[in-house]
Design a protein around this ligand. Structure first.
Ligand code: GLN
Length: 447
């Protein structure tokens, strides 16, 4: 598959031919189930779009039954930015329902398979985005990351996935999961393409009040030769399996070979990350999902009266994982438990943020696992709790609002990719991409 950088140099005729061929290739590979729908919107370089990002006049459903039939009335800001830069939405890609999950199994459209080996999950929630790029069925894709949903599927499918600093990319037109954590970001074949796509979609937006309104770009000064101080976290690795530990050791050697300085640090209290995240995320999700009542959006099941219509619409429209989170979110926000859970989670979030800030007083980047293992096989994560625990390495980055980039480091004995992430200080995407580019160059990962 050609890279995004190459695609941006194609003539109009070459591009149209490429898009015709791509459509045929996607249609010839239906079992992967990465795409929900393929449609050419506009003239530009084709980009696959996660099903929670609005493209005007196109169905957008967050892979949920409750939004079947809903057509986006306007473009998300990222879509306008893509179009202005000569790119265009090409296909809708699969995801976990409302971006809640780590395997893409909770989609209304059925599961997506891992392109490396169909017995394994592609990761989630942006599993369709990662599988499409990993399978050579997309040049690049957009996903969203609330607690790892770009970085983790990228790692499981052997590609690059990047979550920007909170506020860098407009959330206007993104189906909200947890508003204080959500960020849209790129999933690409390599680090340079991620930088290009990040530059295109990031920047000011007056329609998103949490936007940082920063318009600085990384590609003009991308520099893989900068020598950086990079923190490694030996104790943090205890929850990771041998594949991940091997990849970590390999990445440290590669970073040293590139002339970076490695320093040991510790993340305190990482066992509290999961609790703080699942309380915060479900509380916000409960609030955000209250709008799906069958009156204003998508599917309606008409009941005996208004209240019954709400109940039946929501009982019928939401899947099990989404219902579980709505219940959990309501519980932690209820008056008797608010202080005990929600307030405590916010305090924990501050501690996590401070912990990162302390490390960044000394270093430019942190090297961390993305997940404790490679992609699990379908059915391997037996309970919801097993799935939540597998998010241990990604969620603190969202809680602290930091940028992170996941890239493939090696393959394990079964041929499955092992990815790691670099994490940078807030708004320091330049260093994140510079360091990632140098790591990628040294590793020379072969698909
Ligand atoms: N797996 C996490 C969750 O289910 C992260 C999801 C995401 O980043 N959208 O909440």
């Amino acid at each position: 598959m050609i890279t995004l950088k190459e695609a941006l140099t194609l003539s109009k005729d070459e591009l149209n031919k490429f898009k015709d061929d791509l459509k045929k290739k996607i249609e010839a590979n239906p079992t992967l189930n990465a795409y929900i729908d393929v449609k050419n919107v506009g003239e530009g370089v084709p980009i696959a779009i996660k099903d929670n990002i609005q493209v005007k006049s196109w169905s957008v459903t967050s892979a949920s039954n409750i939004l079947q039939g809903y057509i986006a009335p306007y473009n998300a800001t990222v879509i306008n930015k893509l179009t202005e830069a000569g790119l265009s939405p090409f296909g809708r890609v699969n995801m976990d329902e409302f971006a809640m999950g780590s395997t893409t199994e909770s989609s209304f459209y059925g599961k997506t398979l891992n392109p490396i080996n169909p017995e394994y999950v592609p990761g989630g929630s942006s599993g369709g985005s990662a599988a499409a790029v990993g399978a050579g069925l997309a040049i690049a894709a957009l996903g969203s990351d609330t607690g790892g949903s770009i970085r983790q599927p990228a790692a499981f499918c052997g590609i690059v996935g990047m979550k920007p600093t909170y506020g860098r990319v407009s959330r206007y037109g993104l189906g909200a999961y947890a508003s204080s954590l959500d960020q849209i970001g790129p999933l690409t074949q390599n680090v340079e393409d991620a930088a290009i796509l990040y530059d295109i979609i990031s920047g000011s937006c007056e329609k998103d009040s949490t936007n940082a309104n920063k318009d600085d770009k990384v590609t003009p000064s991308l520099n893989a030769d900068r020598k950086l101080r990079i923190a490694v976290l030996p104790k943090y690795l205890e929850s990771a399996n041998q594949d991940v530990k091997d990849a970590y050791a390999k990445a440290i050697e590669a970073l040293k070979a590139q002339g970076h300085t490695i320093v040991e640090h510790e993340m305190k209290d990482s066992k509290f990350d999961i609790s703080a995240y699942y309380i915060t995320a479900t509380a916000e999700a409960t609030t955000n999902l209250a709008r799906y009542d069958g009156i204003r959006y998508g599917n309606r099941v008409t009941g005996k009266n208004l209240e019954d219509t709400f109940t039946q619409t929501r009982s019928n429209g939401f899947g099990d994982e989404v219902k579980r989170r709505i219940m959990l979110g309501n519980f932690v926000l209820s008056s008797g438990y608010y202080e005990a859970y929600y307030v405590k989670a916010q305090k924990t979030r501050h501690i996590i943020k401070d912990n990162y800030a302390k490390i960044f007083e000394d270093v430019d980047l942190i090297l961390s696992p993305v997940a404790p293992t490679v992609a699990p096989k379908f059915g391997e994560l037996a309970t919801p709790m097993d799935m939540y625990l597998s998010d241990i390495y990604t969620i603190s980055v969202n809680l602290a609002g930091l940028p992170g980039l996941s890239l493939p480091v090696m393959k394990n004995a079964d041929g499955m990719p092992v990815g790691l992430q670099l994490i940078a200080n807030a708004y320091d995407e330049q260093t994140l991409f510079d360091g990632s580019l140098s790591l990628e160059r040294e590793l020379n990962y072969q698909k």
